[in-house]
Ligand binder design. Structure first.
Ligand SMILES: Nc1ncnc2c1ncn2[C@@H]1O[C@H](COP(=O)(O)OP(=O)(O)OP(=O)(O)O)[C@@H](O)[C@H]1O
Ligand code: SF4
Ligand SMILES: [Mg+2]
Length: 354
């Protein structure tokens, strides 16, 4: 096991010889304040939704962002697209610091950084026709000459596999899968370089999910768009992503090239997540069909454990895990894990395995 400590931002994209990152998050934080009333007046709490995330994304690459509910995936996606202003750290796009840009200055970046939402229905205005919905960004960003807008809308509908003559229909006239295609067409309209897809298929019927995933895959290849693909479980992103970052309680637990992450996961949390995915149930190096059942629930982001956040559920935890936060460290080629004892799954895991 390699244990050299390196700068976390560098580790996040080890194969960066290809070129400067398109997008970079440096020690990004988003702490929300929850207002509360206590016996002696206001009793506000800090919610550490994202708490020190460093990542890099190269042009055209797909990065999966995976973790249990509440670990900060959506918040990270909204920070990347600057729908939220971070409370700490930096967002760099093509080397420019866009962390605290005001709306007017953000406008050119808004075009390049698009978000596709989980629920295609609530993100589409029910009173607007599909033509108006897809045409709006074309107008806002002045992307087509006057009079050519409808042609472009038709073209986009065709690209996402919808009937181009349905531009005058309303969102409720489409199925769930078709509505997600409308959301994708709207994102594509501005020719983005990065699309953050926040669980884009989890609200759809299983039979439709593969079709929408295939569409995203085709678009990625055709338009060379970089994707940040958010999902709950590692099964969904496996075929779609070049690299995968596993998040736990606002931080990156492990980030690695796909084959390394699925083949030789080094962080206990990744090993547990992988063991829960049907068909991926065998973690290489572990006992056959080892299913790791994590003890307890995810602690809340208001009061995360000291040291390593995963320690309250980790079978490898030792004293140092409570006192010292493990930094993201290189543990293999293109692989980094935030664990003092990162390494392949050993027999000790069977203590918590069913
Ligand atoms: N605007 C907000 N104000 C206060 N707390 C927030 C806000 N947005 C998110 N949170 C909290 O931040 C944490 C992370 O939320 P986030 O939505 O990013 O998680 P997630 O990983 O996307 O979860 P899920 O898988 O359920 O979508 C949660 O505890 C959530 O309740
Ligand atoms: S640092 Fe300690 S508690 Fe955290 S994952 Fe590693 S072994 Fe487990
Ligand atoms: Mg979410």
């Amino acid at each position: 096991m390699t244990t050299a400590t390196t700068d976390t931002a560098t580790l996040a994209a080890p194969a960066d010889a290809i070129g400067a990152p398109l997008l970079e998050l440096r020690d990004l934080q988003m702490h929300f304040t929850a207002r509360g009333d206590g016996w002696f007046g206001r009793n506000d709490h800090r919610i550490r939704a994202v708490d020190g995330v460093s990542l890099q994304l190269r042009a055209g690459e797909t990065l999966g962002l995976v973790g249990e509910s509440g670990c900060g995936k959506t918040t990270t996606g909204r920070l990347i697209t600057r729908l939220l202003e971070p409370t700490g750290g930096q967002v760099l796009y093509q080397g420019t610091d866009i962390t605290h840009l005001k709306e007017k200055d953000l406008r050119p970046y808004r075009r390049e950084l698009q978000l596709i939402f989980q629920d295609p229905y609530s993100s589409l205005n029910p009173r607007h026709t599909v033509g108006a919905i897809i045409g709006a960004p074309l107008r806002v960003h002045n992307l087509v000459p006057k009079g050519r807008e409808l042609d472009r809308v038709r073209e986009l509908l065709e690209v996402v596999g919808l009937n181009p003559e349905h531009y005058n229909r309303y969102p409720h006239e489409f199925s769930g899968g078709q509505r997600q295609r409308i959301g994708i067409a709207r994102a594509l309209a501005v020719q983005p370089k990065v699309i953050v897809a926040d669980e884009p298929v989890s609200a759809l019927d299983v039979s439709i999910q593969a079709q929408v995933m295939n569409l995203l895959e085709d678009l990625r290849k055709e338009f060379d768009i970089a994707f940040v693909f958010i999902a709950h479980d590692l099964g969904v992103v496996r075929h779609f992503c070049d690299r995968v970052a596993v998040m736990y309680l606002g931080r990156v637990a492990e980030i690695a090239d796909r084959d390394a992450l699925y083949g030789t996961p080094q962080h206990p949390y990744t090993q547990a997540l992988l063991s829960a995915v049907p068909d991926l149930g065998v973690v290489r190096g572990g006992a056959p069909k080892t299913r790791i059942r994590l003890a307890g629930d995810v602690p809340g982001p208001m009061d995360p454990p000291t040291g390593c956040r995963f320690r309250s559920r980790c079978w490898k935890a030792e004293d140092v895990c409570a006192t010292t936060t493990p930094p993201l460290r290189q543990v293999g080629d293109g692989q980094a894990a935030a664990c003092h004892f990162a390494g392949p799954l050993q027999e000790s895991a069977t203590a918590v395995a069913a």
